[in-house]
Write a protein that binds this ligand. Structure first.
Ligand code: CTP
Ligand SMILES: C[C@](O)(CO)[C@H](O)COP(=O)(O)O
Length: 243
């Protein structure tokens, strides 16, 4: 029984708008990818983290994990080139896992403040028999579905969703390895094109018709996407430092 993580860090971070790939952006002096890997290591339930990185940046990322471990820990880290979409990057990470791994957590470097306790709760839920597990929070906005925009750009509302039945999904997402590999194999034709690629791994499992289970998420597992998110992440880090 061995758990490993695929840590996705191959994105460019277009919406963040920095000169370097988003995972290399520093938060209080520590690159996002290293922070995310430390959160995984602190959970103490993993044997390995496979980090998917931009193909032209493999050496730069390797230098962040000297000796092939997450800095200051014993967690082994393996760097592999990612793909054109997040789905393709996860598939590349899965292909690099050793044979003895039976549970896989898929985590975004962009969710670098996800607490170790969240990692543990997702892993434990998979070990308890839920073969696909996502952490999620209730939705606080009212969510409306819309149709095509008119000539002015305004979109007609087609429905108001039942907010009580909606959840905003985070990472790490946890899976039985056999199920996750089957889901990626079945959805492989979508991986090359961002327009049709799965936005999360649980979506590929759902497409197989297999159940996916939700456990409570955490505010600190927020995704850093825009400059506003980085500002919020700085506040969260400062809040931790003053406790
Ligand atoms: N081809 C890709 C695209 C994304 N990711 C990773 O998937 C996570 C979620 O993606 P997102 O936050 O959208 O990151 P980017 O794709 O970098 O952002 P943007 O769309 O603004 O360019 C990130 O950790 C990102 O590095 C990846 O591994 N491979
Ligand atoms: C996987 C994810 O973080 C779950 O919310 C999210 O779907 C990633 O989406 P992105 O558009 O690739 O950032």
């Amino acid at each position: 029984m061995t758990t490993a993580a695929v840590l996705t860090a191959a994105g460019s971070g277009t919406r963040l708008g920095r000169a370097v790939p988003k995972a290399l952006v520093e938060l209080d002096g520590v690159p996002l990818v290293v922070r995310a890997a430390l959160g995984l290591a602190l959970a103490r339930c993993l044997e390995l983290v496979v980090v998917t990185v931009p193909p032209h940046e493999v050496r730069g990322f390797q230098a962040l994990f000297p000796g092939g471990v997450v800095p200051g820990t014993r967690l082994a880290a393996r760097i592999v080139p990612g793909g054109a979409t997040r789905q393709a990057s996860v598939a590349a990470g899965l292909a690099a896992l050793p044979g003895d791994v039976d549970v896989v957590l898929v985590h975004d470097a962009a969710r670098c403040l996800a607490p170790a306790a969240l990692v543990r709760s997702v892993e434990a839920a998979v070990r308890q028999g839920h073969r696909a597990v996502v952490p999620a929070l209730p939705v606080t906005d009212t969510i409306k579905a819309v149709g095509p925009a008119d000539s002015s750009g305004a979109e007609p509302v087609t429905a108001t969703m039942d907010r009580g039945a909606l959840r905003a999904v985070q990472t790490p997402q946890g899976f039985d390895r056999t199920l996750l590999e089957a889901a990626h194999a079945a959805g492989a034709a979508r991986a090359a094109d961002e327009a049709v690629a799965a936005s999360d791994d649980a979506g590929l499992v759902e497409a197989l018709g297999e159940p996916v289970w939700v456990v409570p998420g955490h505010e600190r597992a927020m995704k850093i996407t825009t400059p506003r998110d980085i500002a919020l992440a700085h506040l969260l880090v400062a809040d931790t430092a003053t406790r």
